[in-house]
Design a protein around this ligand. Structure first.
Ligand SMILES: NC(=O)c1ccc[n+]([C@@H]2O[C@H](COP(=O)([O-])OP(=O)(O)OC[C@H]3O[C@@H](n4cnc5c(N)ncnc54)[C@H](OP(=O)(O)O)[C@@H]3O)[C@@H](O)[C@H]2O)c1
Length: 238
């Protein structure tokens, strides 16, 4: 269903976004990738082009909504957008400055991006934001509020954008991506093992399992205002 559709992946040069881009390319979609790191983006773009995929890319910080809108105007036609912009959530009610900063990085940034891109989408198109695990407040209130805020944003935007555009989110639990490259291998493996142990399905997600949720959100024409939780049941027990 994505054949000849133009799909913009904001954050398509690494991790989950790169997984989404690979599935879009496999389905014959016209790929547009955005990332901040020019070299990383160029390498990924070249790799898609080598495999004869229809791909364009733009290096920019997507939280700069003027620059983002300029790209959308240049593109003219965009059918679907998957947005990976997030950043770690942290803080508790007694460390307000950290909590507020992390909300700014994730929930406020997502809302700004959504408002900037929605007018540029073709009718029948979709926007899929990225959320994360539902943590419990107050121990992890930064995470709890940040991710719940995205769920609520998606519900509100789905109603105000209907029937022209659908708006959803994907909420993965911890998974191994280049996001954690700065963490020493043994600590990263320990983190993976802890999450796998807590997760009812007994492991962490494969990249393709999470990426497939974004494709589902793009392709299912009766899905809007939803957050697809891809966590192996972790949220049911924590
Ligand atoms: N991995 C996990 O455990 C996990 C769990 C739950 C939720 N998430 C969320 O899923 C999303 C993707 O995570 P990931 O693990 O795939 O991370 P990743 O491997 O670090 O990839 C992030 C991608 O987004 C791009 N990006 C980030 N901020 C950007 C910005 N302001 N403007 C343009 N591009 C930007 C990055 O490119 P540049 O670095 O070049 O900008 C990169 O392509 C994040 O929102 C994260 O919070 C991840």
């Amino acid at each position: 269903m994505l054949d000849k559709k133009t799909v913009l992946v904001i954050g398509g040069s690494s991790g989950i976004g790169l997984g989404v881009a690979s599935l879009v390319a496999r389905e014959g979609g016209r790929l547009v990738l955005i990332g901040r790191d020019e070299e990383k983006l160029a390498a990924v773009t070249q790799n898609f082009a080598t495999h004869r995929r229809d791909v364009r890319s733009f290096s920019l910080d997507a939280t700069n909504v003027d620059a983002l809108q300029a790209v959308l105007i240049q593109l003219g036609e965009v059918d679907h957008i998957a947005c990976m912009v997030g950043g770690g959530l942290e803080g508790q009610f007694d460390t307000l400055h950290r909590e507020v900063a992390s909300l700014e990085r994730r929930s406020v940034a997502a809302l700004r991006i959504a408002n900037a891109v929605l007018p540029h989408l073709n009718p029948g198109g979709s926007l899929t934001l990225t959320s994360g695990p539902r943590a419990k407040a107050p121990a992890s209130s930064g995470i709890a509020i940040g991710n719940r805020a995205i769920e609520l944003e998606v519900q509100a935007l789905a109603v105000t954008s209907a029937p022209r555009i659908r708006v959803n989110a994907v909420a993965p639990s911890w998974m191994d991506t280049p996001r954690w490259d700065d963490i020493p291998e043994d600590q990263r493996e320990a983190q993976r093992a802890i999450i796998a142990h807590r997760t009812p399905l007994g492991r962490t997600a494969a990249l393709a399992e999470v990426a497939a949720a974004y494709l589902f959100a793009m392709e299912n024409r009766f899905l809007t205002g939803q957050t697809l939780v891809i966590d192996g049941g972790l949220g049911l027990v924590t």
